[in-house]
Design a protein around this ligand. Structure first.
Ligand SMILES: [Zn+2]
Ligand SMILES: [Zn+2]
Length: 276
């Protein structure tokens, strides 16, 4: 998945406190429903600015009392998944507080003029976001449109038809099934810390200690990517560690979300009870 973090797209800080959620029934798909500049289509360099525009518009919305961009994630025509409110946070886009807590909100940069159809890359990005919400955000198996349960035309005819077909990848099948919930297990003591901080580095870190941490993430139902516990500390592993750190902080184990496995994160991987 091509994840663009809030800091990477230049998000402003939220103006209030998030409401934490541990799980949802699934994901609702949105579109912007307004003009989306056609100039974005050929130039991913403009996409971060467009996400900032959406956030600015939401923060200044005269009717809504939004504390941040309303969406959980925003997917651009090039398939990049921009982190909005992100995982384990209630969004503001689905219509009312109950609906917002019920499903994550993933928005495609599609509108009523300019970019009016999803690209293949965008559909793949939407599926990436859905799978990410399932693997790491406690999302259940539902994929719905904003209009399901709320009076709106969102996400537009084309995206809604895609949702009704089961949100398949272009030319492929639907999103991977939601992971089976694991029963909570007790804590166990951590193996000895490897003695080096495990992190995304150049050249890429590799070894049995990285593999051990990846195996433990997988045991805890965190996906580290299609290659599984391969012992390489790549972008995907880093993103997963960030997800684990944020989930830990939201569950009473404060960890810096730096994507690095130092002694504290290493200990939490084993000693924090599995809650998801
Ligand atoms: Zn919508
Ligand atoms: Zn883009």
């Amino acid at each position: 998945m091509k994840l663009v973090s809030r800091s990477a797209w230049g998000a402003a800080a939220p103006t209030g406190s998030y409401t934490r959620i541990s799980s949802t029934k699934g994901v609702k798909i949105h579109y912007e429903g307004s003009a989306v500049p056609g100039s974005l289509a050929g130039d991913h360099g403009r996409c971060a600015g467009h996400v900032r525009d959406i956030q600015r518009a939401h923060l200044n919305d005269p009717k809504e009392d939004w504390i941040d961009i309303a969406y959980s994630f925003v997917v651009c025509p090039h398939g990049y998944v921009h982190e909005g409110r992100g995982l384990n946070v209630k969004n503001g886009a689905n219509g009312n507080p109950t609906l917002n807590a019920g499903h994550y909100a993933v928005c495609a940069m599609v509108g009523t003029s300019g970019i009016t159809s999803p690209t293949s890359e965008m559909l793949n990005g939407l599926v990436d976001a859905i799978e990410y919400c399932r693997a790491q955000g406690g999302a259940g198996g539902e994929v719905r449109g904003h209009r399901d349960g709320y009076a709106t035309t969102c996400p537009g005819e084309e995206l809604y038809a895609w949702v009704q077909r089961g949100a398949p990848r272009p030319g492929g099948s639907g999103p991977a099934p939601a992971p089976a919930p694991v029963p909570p297990s007790g804590s166990s003591s951590a193996p000895t810390f490897p003695g080096r901080v495990l992190r995304l580095a150049q050249p890429m870190m590799h070894g049995p200690d990285v593999q051990r941490a990846q195996e433990r993430l997988i045991e805890r139902t965190w996906s580290v990517g299609p290659d599984g516990a391969d012992g390489w500390y790549g972008e995907r592993t880093r993103a997963t560690v960030v997800g684990f750190q944020r989930d830990s902080s939201a569950n009473g184990w404060p960890l810096a979300d730096d994507g690095e496995i130092g002694p504290l994160t290493w200990a939490a991987l084993w000693e924090r009870p599995v809650t998801r």
